[in-house]
Write a protein that binds this ligand. Sequence first.
Ligand SMILES: NC(=O)c1ccc[n+]([C@@H]2O[C@H](COP(=O)([O-])OP(=O)(O)OC[C@H]3O[C@@H](n4cnc5c(N)ncnc54)[C@H](OP(=O)(O)O)[C@@H]3O)[C@@H](O)[C@H]2O)c1
Length: 274
Amino acid sequence: MTHAAPLLLIGCGKMGGAMLAGWLNGGQAAGGVHVVEPHAEAMGALAARSDVTVHATADAVPADLAPSVVVLAVKPQSMDEALAPLARFVAPSTCFLSIAAGKTIGYFETHLGAGAAIVRAMPNTPAAVGRGITAYVANAHVTPAQKTHAHGLLESVGEVIEAEREDWLDPVTALSGGGPAYVFLLIETLAAAGEKAGLPADFAMKLARATVSGSGELARQASEPASQLRINVTSPGGTTAEALRVLMDETTGIQPIFDKAIAAATARSKELAG
Ligand SMILES: NC(=O)c1ccc[n+]([C@@H]2O[C@H](COP(=O)([O-])OP(=O)(O)OC[C@H]3O[C@@H](n4cnc5c(N)ncnc54)[C@H](OP(=O)(O)O)[C@@H]3O)[C@@H](O)[C@H]2O)c1
């Protein structure tokens, strides 16, 4: 889908840069993109494109710009400062799309006005390779067309799923927001365990990294549920069954540990959101 109105991107770091590259490659920036980013030099070739206009501050954005979407991709701690000059863009035809962790729809309504159309989204770091997953929620001022547009912009860095309720965003943050860290930890722990079982460190790490990334790709491509993929690897009475007996123990296996971890991260997300 193309939109003639320009996009306005606030913050073009890791996440904003990945999204901008996705929009440009995916033809989602037909109306051009205005970018507010103090470190234009870090944007590389993106800043040199004819359909991208970079401003060092929001005050430098043309007064008559009427963006279809203002994408907020600054760190949560920079958001107050970033929002201050943006209230002038609030209009029924403009939707604000935030990817900042922990910044609630109520927070944006306080800063931009209760009538602003706001989408709050939570992506994750595989977005950097176009393989993220983003959950989002929209307030009542977001029209169906704006929601479709926001959904499409988020899809430039991976899969997208709409949350029915904003309070889902806390467990979403715990599960998929932090999830890549748990998977990287799995690589580390698998490798360390392999080393303790007698393998050289580098050798064990190569096996662990390829096993986790390859299994992830298999899970993505396969039509079977994860439980069936697990069963497919497990011969009765074999070696994998022995490991799973330990890992799937109801009291000492990984489920109770993940229950605790996700509950702790969810509680922390609620605390940070205030
Ligand atoms: N990275 C992730 O994996 C991830 C995952 C989920 C959600 N998010 C969310 O995505 C957002 C961006 O994260 P990131 O990792 O992409 O951050 P980042 O790499 O630090 O990028 C943010 C960029 O915005 C700039 N900036 C700061 N204040 C600004 C302002 N007032 N106007 C315009 N630009 C401004 C920053 O400059 P300075 O360096 O000078 O401040 C920086 O270049 C965060 O809110 C984060 O919660 C990130």
